[in-house]
Design a protein around this ligand. Structure first.
Ligand SMILES: Cc1ncc(COP(=O)(O)O)c(C=O)c1O
Length: 407
């Protein structure tokens, strides 16, 4: 008789994991306060949230914006990116990291990631530098800080800006300091899945007053911080966050620290439990990561330890055992979006020695990770009791024991 739920057996788990978003009385009160105040525009909630979240991320300055994609656009315009300037981004990230570059007129240049961290590989980034490179975007994938020592040193040596895409990394810390203003600028997302959320929203952090003032201006119709309402020294958009979102983010921020601690505890237990199962591995530990935000928990799967069952088949089997999981990203340079973006334009690239031609890009680690290895669990699965994590490990163990049913 079949054991695996994949083949009709009894699943390990039927109960859902922790509900996300967390909705508490203080959230309702925060929204009602803004509603009843009648002050829905440029009142005090956005300003209070900017101050609170910048301080939370150890940044001197913070600008709240409408989402994480425009946060990146604003950061790239804050460094005054010029048409056809090149920006190095990892090929393993959400599309916004790279599309933001193209949306502000730059050329995204894809570099590979490290096999043990899934974050931007400093050597691969260095190999992609040309005379047109202006910035490197270090994405803290899954909430795990990228190697900010190596990437910071690389950026300094080549006089490039380092932008941290911290869309997944609220509360994450590198050597005791929260991420976001360790590089020249940092960006965050408060989209629905994120560890701090108002459904939509974004943020730009910096310790550099000049860059922060430019970011503020760019998100607010090009106004100057001390200027008149109808005075516009820059061409900017309207990327402001609303008072309602800021009110909700302030109430959600109050529990972020406790939620992060809970995810950290459960992730440590999952690391330990996976350590006892051949063929599934957490990402490599790094003592410089003092807080991993665990927006995702990424499992590295090795098919040869599972009788050759492909990663996709393993993911399907794990889902059927009642453990929601997914395979995650594809190599970004393969997206049609980039293959076609520059087709009918005169844009020339120093990196490509001609027209940007993403069909020539190869990032072997990203291709292997996307095709064979990565398995994603979402942050809410780490917010429940220890038993939830034990169920995840039990389901994986069960699949391994009965892998003959899969292959
Ligand atoms: C790494 C990364 N960068 C940028 C974004 C874009 O954020 P948003 O969806 O708020 O525009 C996201 C998330 O969606 C992301 O995961």
């Amino acid at each position: 008789m079949a054991q695996l739920a994949f083949n009709g057996g009894e699943p390990i788990r039927r109960a859902p994991f922790h509900f996300w978003p967390v909705i508490a009385d203080n959230d309702e009160a925060a929204l009602l306060e803004v509603l009843r105040s009648g002050r829905w525009f440029l009142a005090d909630k956005v300003a209070a949230f900017e101050k609170a979240f910048a301080a939370f991320q150890d940044a001197q300055f913070g600008v709240a914006v409408s989402n994480g994609t425009v946060a990146l656009q604003v950061a790239l315009e804050a460094i005054d990116l010029k048409p056809a300037d090149e920006v190095i981004v990892p090929a393993y990230t959400f599309i916004a990291t790279a599309s933001a570059v193209a949306l502000v007129g730059g050329i995204p240049i894809f570099a590979d990631v490290q096999p043990g961290t899934y974050n931007l590989c400093p050597d691969s980034a260095e190999a992609a530098i040309t005379e047109r490179t202006r910035a490197i975007v270090a994405v803290h994938v899954a909430g795990r800080p990228a190697d900010l020592d190596a990437l910071g040193e690389l950026a300094r040596r080549h006089q490039l800006f380092l932008i941290e895409d911290a869309a997944q990394a609220h509360a994450a810390a590198w050597k005791g300091r929260k991420v976001g203003a360790i590089g020249n600028l940092g960006t965050f997302s408060f989209q629905a899945s994120k560890n701090l959320s108002a459904g939509e929203g974004g943020f730009v952090t910096s310790d550099d007053r000049r860059l922060a003032e430019r970011a503020w201006s760019l998100h607010n119709c090009g106004r100057a911080p001390q200027g008149a309402w109808y005075e516009h020294p820059l061409v900017g958009g309207n990327y402001r966050l609303s008072e309602f979102q800021a009110g909700l983010l302030l109430s959600q921020l109050a529990r972020l620290e406790a939620q992060t601690a809970c995810r950290t505890r459960n992730a440590a237990l999952l690391d330990e439990l996976l350590g006892k199962i051949e063929g599934v591995f957490p990402l490599d530990p790094d003592p410089r990561i003092t807080t991993h935000a665990h927006h995702l928990y990424i499992i590295r799967y090795r098919a040869s330890d599972f009788g050759g069952a492909t990663r996709d088949r393993f993911v399907a089997a794990l889902q059927r055992e009642g453990i929601p999981c997914s395979v995650g990203y594809n190599p970004l340079y393969k997206e049609e979006a980039f293959r076609t973006k520059f087709q009918d334009t005169p844009v020339m690239s120093a990196y490509f020695k001609g027209k940007p031609d993403y069909e020539r890009v190869r990032c072997p680690q990203v291709e292997r990770i996307c095709a064979e290895e990565a398995v994603w669990l979402t942050q809410n699965m780490l917010l429940g009791p220890e038993e939830d994590v034990r169920d995840i490990a039990a389901a994986i163990r069960k699949i391994r024991e009965h892998v003959g049913e899969l292959v």
